[in-house]
Write a protein that binds this ligand. Structure first.
Ligand code: TYD
Length: 220
């Protein structure tokens, strides 16, 4: 049987460069002949992408309650875990996921104020206990994150989703929450300063992955 693959997640605010870093890490892993799949939350499966549409862009014409929002994220996660992530890991492939359980803790828990122990149980139920091997938290000051997103919104290139329309106080709580989560699970989390050039951040991430996941692999 193949050795199980590694499961890496990226977390952090919008504007922290997660999608760029997901792509750069995948390129480096592929260059080491590692089979890696990139996915994202909410989404990653047909059902998950349909849920994403409801969550992000008010696809239904009514307000979403905080509990409804939470359960939709959890439903998308359960589908992704069951049909994409676990089968890939069992084959020995690697997974990089843009957001995962910690987004729920940070946004629905610390941001919206839902009870953390309930969120933990729902997360556990959705994923069946298989946590990521490494979680890279791309940490960025809230003001800097806003600055990075503003040109995209002002030019009309992107329209802000439900979370990007939240105020500064909400995003400060999310950031503090993320840092608390990282403090609580130092073996899984690595906090990376995202306020640097993308290639500098990518080099640091590569060093972390070599040290934590590749170890004896002939990585350079
Ligand atoms: P993301 O895919 O990063 O947005 P974008 O398409 O703008 O890059 O994230 C979607 C939003 O959903 C993000 O603002 C955080 C939020 N979110 C939660 O609130 N809880 C969750 O469990 C997840 C996965 C995301």
């Amino acid at each position: 049987m193949a050795e199980p693959g590694k499961f890496i997640t990226f977390e952090g605010p919008d504007g922290s460069g997660k999608s760029t870093q997901v792509r750069l890490l995948a390129e480096r892993l592929k260059a080491q002949c590692i089979t890696v799949h990139c996915t994202r939350e909410p989404g990653g499966t047909a059902t998950g992408e349909a849920i994403r549409n409801i969550l992000q862009h008010d696809a239904v014409d009514e307000a979403l309650g905080a509990r409804t929002e939470l359960l939709l994220f959890a439903a998308s996660r359960a589908q992704l875990m069951n049909f994409k992530i676990l089968p890939a890991l069992e084959r020995g492939d690697w997974i990089i996921c843009d957001r995962f359980i910690d987004s729920t803790m940070a946004y629905q828990g610390y941001g919206r104020g839902l009870p953390l122990d309930t969120l933990n149980s729902i997360n556990h139920f959705a994923i069946g206990g298989r946590k990521p091997d490494v979680t890279l938290l791309l940490d960025l000051d809230v003001g800097r994150a806003f600055q990075r997103m503003a040109p995209l919104f002002n030019s009309g290139e992107e329209s802000p989703d439900r979370f990007e329309r939240e105020d500064r106080e909400f995003h400060e709580k999310v950031r503090a929450g993320y840092l608390e989560l990282a403090d609580g699970e130092p073996d899984r989390f690595r906090v990376v300063d995202a306020d640097r050039l993308a290639n500098v951040v990518a080099d640091e991430i590569w060093n972390i992955i070599k040290a934590t996941c590749i170890k004896d692999h002939a990585a350079s």
